[in-house]
Every structure is written in C-alpha cells, then in structure tokens.
Write a protein that binds this ligand. Sequence first.
Ligand SMILES: Nc1ncnc2c1ncn2[C@@H]1O[C@H](COP(=O)(O)OP(=O)(O)OP(=O)(O)O)[C@@H](O)[C@H]1O
Length: 249
Amino acid sequence: MGAILKIKNLSVDFDNKKIIKNINMKIEEKKITAIIGPSGCGKSTFIKSLNRMIEEEKNSTIHGAILLNGKNIRDMDKEQVREKIGMVFQSPTPFPLSIYENMTYAPVYYGIKDKKQLKLIVEEKLKIAGLYEEVKHDLKMKATKLSGGQQQRLCIARALTVEPEILLLDEPCSALDIKNTANIEEMLMKLSDIYTIIIVTHNLSQAKRIADYTAFMLNGEIVEYGKTEELFESPKDIRTKQYIDGSFG
Ligand SMILES: Nc1ncnc2c1ncn2[C@@H]1O[C@H](COP(=O)(O)OP(=O)(O)OP(=O)(O)O)[C@@H](O)[C@H]1O
C-alpha cells in the first residue's frame, strides 16, 4: 500500500486572509488519519479542501495541488471527486426522506434503476455501518426519526453507497454520547479495511484509539504528522507536546 492522496503546497485564503498555509502531506491508503488541533486552526477548511467543498465558499482562494491516485482533483469533475471522496459532517444530516430513500438517493442519481440492485446496496451498506439489524423492518420510516447515533451511522452508510475510496469525517462524534461514539469508532476501524479514512477530531483519546496516523495542525500549518503512537508518545515539536499535554487548545 502507499499514498492514495498527495497534498502539495496547499494554501487556502478567505478574503486574502491565509487560513491554510502551504500544507504538504501524503495520506496512506486504507488507514485512518486523524487531524487534531485547537479550535479555529483550520481543520475543517483543510478537509473540505480535499473534496473541493471549500470552493463553495465564495470568498475562498485555493493554491497548490491535491492528487488522488496521482490525478489532480482540479482536473476532475467536482461530482466525480465527491463520488470518490465522501464526507460526513459533525451533526448528522439525513435528508427528510425515508431511510431507504436516503440510502438510494445517490445510487439513483448516478443511474442505478434496478430495484434488486438498490435493495442490495441498501442492505450491504447498512450492515457495514452496523445499522441494518436495528432498522431492517423500518426502512420506510423517516430517517429524521432515528436517534442521533443512528442518524450518524446512516449518514456514514449513505456516504458509502457510491463506493468512495476516501471518507472524510468532520468531528462525527461530537454530538454523540459515549456508547454511540464507541459504535462509530468500532465501525470506522472496520471500514478502514476497505476505505481510507480522514477524521477531524477534538478528542485526543479518540485519535489515539482509532487512528493509524495523526497530524497536529496549528494556525493553518501541519506542525507534526506521523504514526499516532509516536506522535503521542514522543512528539518531536514542543508545540505538539504542549497541545497533547493540555497546555493549550
Ligand atoms: N468562509 C469563510 N470566510 C471567512 N473565514 C472563514 C470561513 N470559513 C472559515 N473561516 C475561518 O477560518 C478559520 C479556520 O476555521 P475552521 O472551521 O477551518 O477551523 P477548525 O479548526 O475546524 O475549527 P473548529 O475546531 O472550531 O471547528 C477560522 O478563523 C474561521 O473563522
């Protein structure tokens, strides 16, 4: 295995204010990479750059290149990029439709019509997300009636319906309790057999528990990036040490 994503000299400005500053980074395939750092350091902006979502912010300017399997994502259709690099947000964002319709929305959009095939996708992805047994008799129920933890698992399952290669997660557990957080963490560790996962988290213990690699971001820069254990056990930069010791952030 090797790097699935190469980030080269990535900078993002909002209204000429530099928020992301010349990031260079390689993301390993089928591993979990955590992005940690204090509030406002640019974590969300950074991961939203990875599937071109940041371009929706009209005041943004982006420099540098992001290569997905060697191909610059700016040379791909935005839709194609988002098919390959899915995203899950902090608060669950189910569509106000049934569970089944949430799960078939993207496949139908991308042209799958066969009912049997759609049913298979729904079943398979809900199973991967550990939600199938809980909802299999209620697929016609409005997804917004699910609990918060179930909604977040549904959103992850939904993101998988288009067979992405990479899943971006922006603080996916911050609205969840300990049990639901544990469920999601367990699922993410299983998913990393199949998908590359990049997760922004405030929760340092979460990064330690699930991430193979961790990057510490500060003021729009990656201060330190490496194997999770090494970064937490023997940080090389004093700022990383101070952050993980809880001195700031
Ligand atoms: N569209 C925008 N226009 C101007 N400034 C923005 C915009 N989006 C984000 N910012 C600013 O960019 C900085 C980084 O924000 P970002 O949300 O990326 O940080 P973060 O590390 O994810 O923070 P948190 O952990 O609090 O979610 C902040 O100062 C924020 O106010």
